[in-house]
Design a protein around this ligand. Structure first.
Ligand SMILES: Cc1cc2nc3c(=O)[nH]c(=O)nc-3n(C[C@H](O)[C@H](O)[C@H](O)COP(=O)(O)O)c2cc1C
Length: 203
């Protein structure tokens, strides 16, 4: 069941060096490209990296922008980063056997919504393959775009390091259904506990 797959999925930032078969990666991308998109424009591009030199270049570019980002970050996000131990170091960009970089073609209608739908499909498809990933979003994607000679019309959305998980981090809790879903309006109670109709019917 899809709901079980979604419940089991968690973010993974540490990976085994044992490489998964490339066919598993391609099957997951096959699923992602089946996502719906505005005007069926399919504005996504999936760039798979296995070359250690290219991975190193991506990591260096990302860590440079991360250092600048961490120096100026404030408020809630600063607290979250400290709490979760997220630093400018991104070892998963060189340690994961595969990187999947997802680009969006920005001249397509609804390019942002459509590409993130495909990313959602991809995350679940990777889970089904027994693979882990983190939706890593570099604070400034420009240096990586330049490094990979991405055409100007494409904007990097996320870098997914992919491999067999070795991360002990548990999944963080999710809100209950009743907290995030309502029926027939933005009010409680939620669908899992619908109000009983009053005797004599509603007036
Ligand atoms: C849009 C988006 C951006 C994210 N950006 C980052 C990121 O830049 N770095 C990172 O380590 N995790 C990133 N994450 C991962 C989230 O922190 C993670 O999904 C969330 O904490 C839930 O973790 P869990 O699935 O393990 O419970 C991102 C997730 C999403 C959906």
């Amino acid at each position: 069941m899809l709901v079980e797959l979604a419940r089991a999925r968690r973010t993974v930032r540490r990976f085994s060096s044992r490489p998964p078969p490339v066919t598993a990666i391609l099957r997951a991308i096959e699923a992602a490209k089946e996502a719906p998109s505005g005007m069926n424009a399919q504005p996504w591009h999936f760039l798979v990296v296995t070359d250690p030199g290219i991975k190193r270049g991506i990591r260096e570019a990302c860590e440079a922008v991360e250092r600048r980002f961490h120096a100026r970050v404030q408020g809630k996000l600063k607290g979250w980063l400290a709490e979760t131990g997220i630093t400018p170091e991104k070892p998963f960009l060189t340690n994961a056997p595969f990187l999947i970089l997802v680009f969006a073609r920005t001249d397509a209608p609804y390019w942002l919504q459509s590409t993130w739908l495909a990313i959602g499909y991809l995350l679940l498809a990777l889970e089904e393959e027994g693979l882990g990933t983190v939706t890593y979003t570099p604070p400034d994607p420009t240096p990586v775009q330049t490094l990979l000679s991405a055409p100007m019309v494409y904007k990097l959305q996320t870098i997914l390091p992919v491999g067999y998980p070795t991360d002990p981090k548990p999944k963080y809790p999710r809100k209950a259904l009743a907290e995030v879903a309502t029926l027939n309006g933005f009010v409680r109670p939620a669908p899992e506990a619908p109000a009983q109709p009053r005797e004599g019917g509603d007036t």
